[in-house]
Design a protein around this ligand. Structure first.
Ligand SMILES: Cc1cc2nc3c(=O)[nH]c(=O)nc-3n(C[C@H](O)[C@H](O)[C@H](O)COP(=O)(O)OP(=O)(O)OC[C@H]3O[C@@H](n4cnc5c(N)ncnc54)[C@H](O)[C@@H]3O)c2cc1C
Length: 543
């Protein structure tokens, strides 16, 4: 690798290092896995990315595969921001907002810009980019597109991918392409290109046409509101156009490296109403949730009694006076942001009626200080995530499954059983309106017994999600952690199709290999005994 580092040092504008300290730092993302890069590079511009890909391509053609992995904030929980090859860290320099046109509600950004920085800038113009992942303080737009991040606002506004209009992408061989909708004529022009881009369009068009029925059939079967497993093969080849953008969304850096993204952004209404609904029985969700969703809330999150119990065990004062019914089985935090006069009030009255009919209790917060109080309930999850018990820590595994909303209550019942059978408290939280369930078991990964429990637990949770017609991952991605479970969710023909897609874009396997396609054994060998999120305290040159 010394020669590779030397070549990159000589040819890139950005810094390149193989220092053991830096490599150790980047051996972590937010997953349970550990893998140290051989080289860390901080690209200053697209040309740096292009040169790195081109060099890796040439080496691979001669039989030496040097993996390239893009990295944003490193908050990925699926182990997909790790590599043993070259890590391209975008947060150092390629972190700018390039264009913001408030009138056209449009922005163009580099991939290393954080959600937070972008949102702060958009707010000053009365705009925002949904969906608000909980990690937005440290997650980047590049990572958000590559994982198709979702968040609290997804119930009304959808996922990150829905706002992406166009991408600039460096392909495996170093060519740069721009994605976007192509008319029949434009597509024909692409199909005629003698470049790698032309080869991609030709092979993909043919493969998607041959497998159109298989793709439609898979879509018909899936009932999960969000599904980040595999590749998004829908909406590429459409009647009126052909668009490569969707395939890169959620592809976890395995098909190309994003160097610029154009987004549609939307008006933001800071004046909202927030309400906490506490229900006696999780089963009440079956009746209450559909009625609440008809009112079009902008947030509909939940947390279970076990979360409150765990938080209170760790810090008895944290939620004092915030909850009116701490013993309730489930709490829903519901926000309305419709700017139309009187609409939020009307929705609130409806929520009150629905709650009272179900025998639940209700607390409305209109003033911002009251709303801050209520938000503390959801934020209290951080206490669980950051408080070890002895050597045991909350670890992300099967922490992002997604089920149809009408099966959420049933799934929560089943997952509680799974956790309790393994001697663990079943603290669950997530997005009720999107059927997204997050649970992180308290385990000591240094202990063999706990590692075994981890696999048992993950296996049972994925099976339960699939039995409920859901998905093994809403947005965290299959990465390395869930790659071997792809075959649980999809038919062998569909898994084979996904493999062919990867081959079209990455014939030599240089783009984030091991991600989306790897075995359980490969994943097991990467589990670190020292799970922590300390790498988030950054270690970078900056501009
Ligand atoms: C406490 C916590 C809370 C979280 N909450 C949420 C949540 O609410 N919703 C949610 O969706 N996720 C959540 N996540 C997961 C994670 O934050 C998201 O997946 C996020 O989008 C990752 O962004 P990142 O910048 O950290 O990307 P990274 O972790 O650096 O990378 C993620 C993936 O993107 C790829 N990538 C990065 N940059 C590029 C690029 N330029 N081109 C191509 N590929 C690229 C990487 O190779 C990797 O595969 C949470 C994580 C933590 C630790």
């Amino acid at each position: 690798m010394e020669k590779v580092a030397q070549y990159l040092q000589e040819h890139l504008l950005g810094e390149v290092t193989a220092s053991p300290e830096v490599r150790r730092h980047f051996a972590h993302d937010a997953s349970i896995l550990r893998l140290a890069p051989a080289i860390v590079a901080y690209p200053r511009n697209e040309n740096d990315v292009r040169k790195t890909a081109r060099f890796a391509w040439q080496l691979a053609k001669r039989g030496r595969v040097v993996p390239i992995t893009a990295r944003g904030g490193g908050s990925d929980t699926s182990g997909s921001a790790l590599t043993n090859g070259i890590l391209l860290v975008f947060t150092a320099h390629m972190n700018r907002i390039l264009t913001l046109d408030p009138r056209k509600e449009f922005t163009a950004v580099e991939p290393g810009v954080s959600y937070d920085k972008l949102e702060q800038t958009l707010f000053t113009h009365g705009l925002f980019l949904p969906p608000y992942p909980a990690s937005q303080n440290f997650a980047t737009i590049g990572g958000g597109i590559a994982n198709n991040a979702i968040g609290e606002k997804s119930v009304k506004y959808g996922d990150t991918g829905q706002y992406v209009e166009q991408l600039r992408v460096v392909l495996a061989n170093g060519e740069v392409i721009e994605t976007g909708p192509l008319s029949k004529r434009d597509l024909n022009r692409k199909l005629g290109l003698s470049t790698f881009e032309g080869e991609i369009y030709r092979s993909l068009d043919k493969l998607l046409e041959e497998n159109a029925e298989l793709i439609r059939d898979q879509r018909r079967k899936s009932r999960a509101p969000h599904n980040a497993t595999g590749y998004n093969l829908h909406n590429i080849r459409r009647k009126k156009d052909f668009n490569l953008t969707p395939i890169f969304i959620g592809s976890q850096g395995t098909l190309g490296i994003i160097t610029e993204a154009n987004f549609r952004v939307i008006p933001y209404n800071p004046s909202t109403e927030l309400v906490l609904v506490s229900l006696e029985d999780v089963k009440d969700l079956d009746d209450v949730l559909p009625k609440i969703l008809e009112l079009k809330p902008s947030v509909c999150d939940f947390l279970t009694k076990s979360v409150i119990e765990e938080v209170t065990r760790i810090n008895p004062h944290q939620l004092q006076g915030v909850l009116i019914q701490p013993q309730a089985a489930i709490h829903l935090l519901i926000e309305f942001d419709d700017p139309k006069d009187g609409s939020q009030r009307k929705a609130m009255k409806q929520v009150q009626k629905i709650t009272e009919k179900a025998g639940g209790v209700y607390r409305l917060a209109t003033r911002s200080d009251d709303q801050d109080q209520l938000r503390k309930i959801r934020e209290s999850v951080t206490t669980i995530l950051t408080s070890p018990r002895g050597q045991s820590k909350s670890v992300p595994v099967a922490e992002d499954v997604c089920v149809p909303v009408n099966r959420l209550a049933e799934f929560l019942h089943k997952s509680t059983q799974i956790y309790n059978d393994n001697g663990l408290p079943a603290a669950a939280w997530g997005q009720a309106g999107d059927g997204v369930v997050r649970m992180q078991p308290l385990l000591d990964l240094g202990q063999l017994g706990d590692r075994q429990r981890l696999f048992k637990l993950a296996d049972a949770m994925y099976r339960a999600a699939l039995e409920a017609n859901g998905s093994i991952t809403a947005a965290a991605g299959d990465g390395r952690v869930r790659a071997s479970y792809l075959a649980h969710q999809y038919s062998p023909e569909y898994v084979e199709l996904l493999g062919k897609i990867k081959k079209i874009f990455d014939p030599y396997g240089t783009l984030n290999p091991g991600v989306k396609f790897s075995s359980l054994e490969q994943m097991r060998s990467l589990i670190g005994g020292d799970y922590s999120l300390e790498h988030r305290h950054e270690h970078l040159p900056r501009s």
